[in-house]
Write a protein that binds this ligand. Structure first.
Ligand code: PEP
Ligand code: MG
Length: 852
């Protein structure tokens, strides 16, 4: 680090640190040295827009000024001709990093005030001078703003302000423009170095040494005797992206007046409520339209133009990218590509994949107010308004009445599925990104907030208590914002989803570029339809157990579980077989020949049993057995560690009839649709494998079922067998396992759970503490842990392909839809990712970004 004096010398000597440069088409102006505004103004000047004369001070010069170096104000002012009035505006490298407020009218003094009264009228001259004296007093001399509060412009107010300045500073108001400029530059340069400003911009991603450029520009006054005023104009709607002129214009104003004043007196375009610029000065209005078109085609962006009109002369002071919502961003990108302004590849790159989820679901309108009751984990995007209901039965009743409801539970269990189907949104007090509620809600495209621990849920009193003590009862209306992970009181204003032609067009362009496949996790026909509508290339994971939670099947399922003998079990399975076959026929038909990967039964059996005494009693009745026997059998099925217990392939090994029924149903469905011309090669996946012998056993049995079905039905078919890699051991032994199968799909939910030894259903309780203390950089159920779990993926992929080079590799855990995981899998040579249907568009776009 140089001492300040040495630094100033360096600043003066080094040609790159030239203190100021007039912004001309040829000048050397760069964003990295002069800031975004300087660069942007240079582009406007190159487009021949009427930008007032502009001088840019680079970061190095501003840094030197902050350190005490005196800028050569006279030389800067000389660039503007005699008696100039100038403004100073900040120009950091990135517009989001803020900067000190603009200073206007530097150079105004008693003499210029007199001249202005002649050229622009006394009232305008007084108003301008008063405004400058106040701004200088507050921002440069740092006087108390209260002294100048609420003063209406008048000759008297001006005299009072000049007097107040003199009294407070013991000096008359500075009359030397060079001194005014020097002091204003110094105060802005120092404001940038202040601690608060530094912290604010660092929070927005600015580096510790972020620089500030300053722009000195000739003033365009916006006040005077002829047509005068200022405003902004843009050519697309910032929320919807539709092409339409919006903006504001305020006669006899300058700076941000038009933006800060209420909308009722400001009309840019024809408006029945009052006179507009369009009618008042059609020639100038037409010029603005031309400038907008020039910006669009040459800067290849929709720009918002800030302008001033002084006695009929139009100046463009600035043009910035129109700030926009995600949906507007997508529409603008597609429109620019369709008009040939940018290429399709660039349109694809201009849309952030994560922004798509905002388009798929209704959203809380950002323009409305937000009364936030609690925040939790944003488990499934979108927003819904509905009445609180605390039970699945209540949700179903509400749906039957056609009344949207939000299902609020401590956590959800498989028997809540029907309630979730019926609800408009789901809120749970507990749980994390892969808890039951989160996974199911994402699959259903239902907004969901989990882990809302700040909300006290009192099931006995049937009410929710917010952190500020407000109570909400069943039937009260709330808004669930699953995108932001927030619960809002009452009914918030909403924006409808935007799955329009532009959305589909952009994604079809993305498909032209991407080089990794995207499938969907789909368990039901409805999921499959969503997956197909979002152009998934197939189903990468069909969790068959979800098919057994329908009421009619649940009873048969329970009969199967309680079967006293193999014969009784076979009888129950015989009743399940046609139902499963019908499920698969339906799925195959919807997917119309695209690959469908079916996972054999996975969860522990007791998940299908009732959890309440009342439920057990109903079951005893249905099965015509004594309650004591049912209770005893249910207790016997309970496990200390169900996720590490009798589930997945372990059930397949111990109770082979279930997998055999499923394989038969798959093969019979394949033949049935094949006879109608839908040719499917079903993929059958074995869950929770940890030993190669498990695979050998299951493969032998499935091959034998295939042979039986072929013979019995007199038809041939092919199928592919695969293993779901969900235990660390399966990843380590992938070389052996691959010799028996055609594909490996990494189930990173369980693999994360087992690699960390971290329960996916309980981690939500302490995950935020772990992340905030930096133990984990992110929730590993949300963001793939590339260092640990990722290494197992790489080992599995390498050993698997080593044994069988044509092995298909994929990921089907919840991570499959994350852009970061997609990048990881693509680098590791995976064939496809599979994610919830509603994440398919995001995955398609993210994959295209990686390939471009
Ligand atoms: C997984 O474990 O990653 C997976 C996809 O299966 P499930 O979430 O059904 O356990
Ligand atoms: Mg799993």
């Amino acid at each position: 680090m140089l001492a300040p004096a040495a630094r100033i010398a360096a600043v003066q000597k080094h040609p790159e640190f030239a203190e100021h440069a007039e912004v001309t088409p040829a000048a050397r102006i760069a964003t990295a040295s002069h800031g975004w505004r300087a660069k942007c103004l240079q582009r406007l000047i190159r487009l021949d827009l009427p930008v007032p004369r502009t001088v840019a001070l680079p970061f190095a010069a501003v840094r030197a000024i902050a350190a005490g170096h005196r800028p050569d104000a006279a030389a800067i002012l000389a660039a503007f001709g005699p008696g100039p009035l100038v403004s100073i505006r900040p120009s950091p490298e990135n517009p989001d990093w803020g900067g000190p407020g603009t200073m206007l009218n530097i150079g105004l003094n008693d003499e210029r005030h007199r001249q202005l009264a002649e050229t622009h009228g006394q009232a305008a001259a007084d108003a301008l001078y008063l405004r400058f004296v106040q701004a200088y007093a507050i921002h440069v001399a740092r006087l108390d703003p209260d002294m100048f509060d609420g003063t209406e412009p008048s000759a008297e107010a001006l005299r009072a302000a000049l007097r107040a300045y003199e009294q407070e500073t013991d000096e008359p108001f500075p009359q030397d423009p060079a001194l005014q400029l020097t002091q204003a530059l110094r105060s802005m340069a120092r404001a940038w170095e202040g601690t608060t400003a530094r912290l604010l911009r660092q929070a927005k991603g600015a580096p510790a040494d972020a620089g500030l450029g300053l722009i000195v520009q000739a003033m365009a006054l916006g006040m005077g005797l002829g047509v005068s005023g200022s405003g902004v104009i843009q050519f697309v709607d910032p929320v919807t992206g539709t092409r339409q002129i919006t903006g504001r214009y305020l006669s006899q104003s300058l700076g941000r007046d038009a933006l800060d004043k209420g909308p009722d007196t400001l009309y840019l375009t024809r408006d029945p409520r009052g006179p507009s610029l369009e009618e008042h000065a059609p020639g100038l209005f037409a010029d603005l339209l031309r400038y907008g078109a020039a910006c669009r085609s040459r800067l290849r962006e929709e720009m918002q133009i800030e302008f001033t009109i002084e006695n009929g002369a139009l100046s463009v002071l600035d043009a910035v990218r129109v700030p926009r919502s995600s949906r507007a961003g997508l529409k603008v990108a597609v429109a620019l590509a369709e008009d040939g302004v940018i290429g399709r590849d660039e349109a694809v790159l201009r849309v952030e994949p994560r922004a798509l989820s905002e388009l798929l679901h209704p959203q809380v309108d950002p323009r409305g107010g937000r009364d936030v009751l609690v925040t939790g984990i944003a488990a499934s995007p979108g927003a819904a308004v509905g009445r609180i209901t605390f039970s699945s039965a209540g949700a179903q009743a509400s749906a039957a009445r056609g009344e949207p409801c939000i299902l609020v539970r401590r956590e959800t269990a498989p028997e809540d599925i029907r309630g979730m189907h019926a609800a408009a949104g789901v809120l749970t007090e507990r749980g994390g990104m892969t808890s039951h509620a989160a996974v199911i809600a994402r699959g259903l495209g239902l907004p969901c907030v989990v882990g809302a621990a700040g909300l006290r849920f009192d099931p006995r009193d049937r009410c929710l208590i917010a952190h500020d003590g407000r109570k909400f009862r069943e039937g009260d209306i709330i808004t669930l914002d699953g995108t932001a992970g927030a619960v809002l009181a009452g009914e918030a204003a909403m924006l409808a989803p935007a799955l329009d032609g532009d959305f589909r067009k952009l994604l079809s362009w993305a498909d032209e570029f991407r080089d990794i496949g995207v499938r969907a996790n789909a368990d039901t026909p409805a999921d499959a339809e969503t997956a197909r509508d979002f152009s998934a290339e197939g189903i990468g994971l069909c969790r068959t157990e979800h098919m057994f939670f329908e009421t009619d099947r649940l009873i048969v399922m329970r009969e199967m579980i309680f079967a006293g003998s193999a014969t009784d079990r076979a009888a129950a399975l015989d009743r399940l077989l046609p139902m499963q076959r019908a499920d698969f026929i339906h799925l195959f038909d919807i997917m119309a020949g695209r690959p469908v990967c079916i996972r054999l039964f996975d969860p522990p059996l007791h998940e299908f049993l009732p959890h309440t005494r009342e439920g057990l009693r109903e079951l005893a009745e249905a099965l015509d057995r004594p309650l004591s026997e049912i209770t005893r059998r249910a207790e016997a099925l309970a496990e200390f560690n169900p996720m590490l217990g009798m589930r997945g392939v372990r059930l397949g090994v111990v109770l082979p009839e279930i997998y055999e029924m499923q394989a038969r149903a798959i093969f019979e469905a394949t033949i049935a649709v094949g006879r109608r011309g839908v040719i499917v090669v079903p993929e059958i996946m074995i869950p929770l494998v940890s030993a190669v012998r498990e695979v050998e056993l299951i493969k032998t049995r499935i091959d034998s079922i295939a042979a039986q079905v072929r013979t019995k039905r007199g038809a041939d078919f092919a199928y592919r067998l695969g293993v779901m890699v969900e235990t660390p051991r399966a990843a380590l032994r992938a070389g052996d396992i691959a010799q028996h199968v055609a594909f490996l799909s990494f189930g990173t939910n369980d693999l994360t759970q087992m690699t960390y030894g971290l329960s996916r259903d309980d981690a939500g309780r302490f995950m935020s503490a772990y992340v905030s203390q930096g133990v984990f950089p992110e929730d590993p159920f949300h963001m793939l842990d590339v260092d640990g779990v990722g290494e197992l993926l790489l080992i599995g992929a390498e050993r698997g392909r080593g044994a069988r080079p044509d092995l298909t590799l994929s990921i089907c855990g919840e991570h499959g839809g994350n852009p970061e995981s997609i990048a990881f899998c693509r680098r590791a040579g995976f064939d496809y990712v599979s994610c919830s249907p509603y994440r398919v568009p995001l995955a398609r776009l993210a994959a295209a970004h990686l390939a471009l």
